[in-house]
Design a protein around this ligand. Structure first.
Ligand SMILES: Cc1ncc(COP(=O)(O)O)c(C=O)c1O
Length: 464
């Protein structure tokens, strides 16, 4: 049997080799899925294997099917990358193997979680008294925040949802923009709030909730209400008008939740902070660290302006939870999870390695590169830019749907870069997101060149 030290060193070598291959490897893998399945599958082994051999063989079989999301020309979804300090911290998180559900299970994890909560509120300009928790992602951050909202708006009407559930409870209405993220709907569904309870507010052509339509909706909605606003629409990157929205919601007793999965990071940039002016007046905020902060998957963030409602909606107690309540923090009081990874270490590493200035630079650099890409790609024949590139998202198409899809497929197949398609205004479009610390101007040039080549292949001239 190999010893542990040898295994860790060899794993580090494999990891470094992978990172060094990022610039050259095809961004999307070319290996047929059947080959992956054949290399990795077969019958469940009956006998043990040498651990080092397992790691080496697994790495060899897995790597051909890995998408280079860690690299500098992956522009799909909004994936972010992983800063070097966060990779080191993530490895140590694995080695320490803390189960960060209770203070007694990991005092260091607890302390670091408290620290990153305070640092993030400071960085993002959120209220200092807000409560904070780490979740798997923005999806569960929504679940946490919306469970808190549900608890609060029902308890203020004398209904304790923890005891009484939702049967016969006052009917909750959720008022949300037409371009809200799908994870909001699923979070509501998990909380017993169905689609028929969502009042959809019209959005403008950028995907922003229209404040006048929100005001009109709130005048006829009766009973406990949650309003969901958004910082960063997933296609256009547009922002709801928070100052106006907060003012409108504050005329009622509704709860205001903000989906800021990636967009709320602009609050860390002095030059772009104005995009979220007023957002600190909301009641809860859901975000991701695994997107624009560039920590490895997975890591979501949730903040609530009402810590009492937050912990009331999440806490669970058991006699064997040693010292619960005596520690600075027991994460089971703040998240829907019990056993959980100590995610605070990677966030801490990101914030320490970048500092306030570094986070701001990362946000600004990604936005500037997105702007450059937009300027160059829109020079290409038949390219139509579909959004105001306010942050790091670029939305565009080429002529009709067939051309757009064909050009996108060619770029994806080229292996030079990868981004995904979407539907915008009922027609095919391409969406590109710059959210990785590794991306440079040269990557943007190479990506534009990949589009030029793809257009050449569809019979267009690349002369512009
Ligand atoms: C605006 C928005 N909200 C929520 C989410 C969900 O985040 P996660 O996949 O981390 O749960 C995303 C993911 O892309 C997003 O863009």
């Amino acid at each position: 049997m190999s010893d542990e030290r040898e295994l860790l060193f060899r794993t580090a070598e494999i990891a470094a080799g992978y990172l060094e291959s990022l610039d050259e490897r095809s961004v999307f893998p070319r290996v047929p899925i059947e080959d992956l399945a054949a290399a990795l599958g077969g019958r469940l082994p009956e006998e043990p294997s040498d651990p080092l051999a397992v790691v080496e063989e697994m790495a060899q079989a897995v790597e051909p099917g890995v998408v280079a999301t860690a690299g500098s020309r992956y522009f799909g979804y909004v994936t972010g990358g992983a800063l070097p300090a966060t990779v080191g911290a993530d490895w140590l998180t694995t080695i320490w193997d803390q189960c960060a559900g209770l203070g007694v299970l990991g005092p260091s994890a607890m302390v670091v979680e408290e620290i990153v909560g305070d640092w993030l509120k400071d960085l993002l300009g959120l209220p200092a008294h807000a409560s904070f928790a780490l979740t798997t992602g923005c999806q569960m951050a929504h679940v946490t925040a919306l469970a808190t909202a549900r608890h609060k708006i029902l308890s203020s009407r004398g209904w304790d949802v923890r005891e009484l559930g939702l049967v016969d409870s006052p009917r909750i209405t959720v008022v949300a923009g037409g371009y809200r993220h799908v994870t909001v709907d699923r979070a509501l569904r998990l909380l017993g709030i169905g689609g028929a309870q969502i009042e959809v507010v019209a959005a403008d052509e950028h995907g922003r909730m229209r404040p006048d339509a929100l005001r009109a909706a709130l005048t006829h909605v009766m009973g406990p209400t949650i309003v969901c606003a958004q910082a960063g629409e997933v296609n256009t990157g547009s922002f709801d008008a928070f100052e106006e929205i907060v003012g409108i919601v504050r005329e009622t007793d509704a709860w205001l939740h903000v989906d800021g999965a990636f967009g709320l990071w602009v609050a860390a940039s002095p030059t772009r902070r104005h995009l979220v002016d007023g957002v600190d007046g909301a009641d809860s905020w859901a975000m991701d660290a695994h997107k624009w902060l560039n920590v490895p998957y997975d890591c979501g963030l949730v903040f609530c302006a009402d810590p009492t409602a937050h912990t009331a909606s999440m806490t669970m107690k058991a006699s064997y939870f040693e010292g619960q309540g005596k520690w600075q923090r027991d994460a089971v009081d703040w998240t829907p999870e019990s056993s959980r990874r100590a995610r605070a270490f990677t966030v801490y590493a990101a914030l320490r390695s970048l500092g306030r200035q570094g986070v701001s630079d990362l946000v600004d650099r990604c936005c500037e590169l997105a702007g450059r890409f937009a300027a160059s790609v829109s020079e290409l024949p038949e390219c139509q830019l579909l959004n105001d590139v306010v942050i790091n998202q670029v939305l565009f198409r080429f002529g009709d749907d067939a051309t757009t899809n064909a050009v996108l497929a060619r770029v994806q197949e080229s292996g030079e870069a990868w981004m995904g398609g979407t539907i915008w205004d009922g027609r095919a479009a391409i969406r590109l997101s710059v959210s990785n610390w590794r991306t440079t101007e040269d990557d943007i040039r190479r990506t534009v060149a990949a589009f030029e080549n793809a257009l050449g292949g569809s019979g267009y001239s690349s002369a512009g």
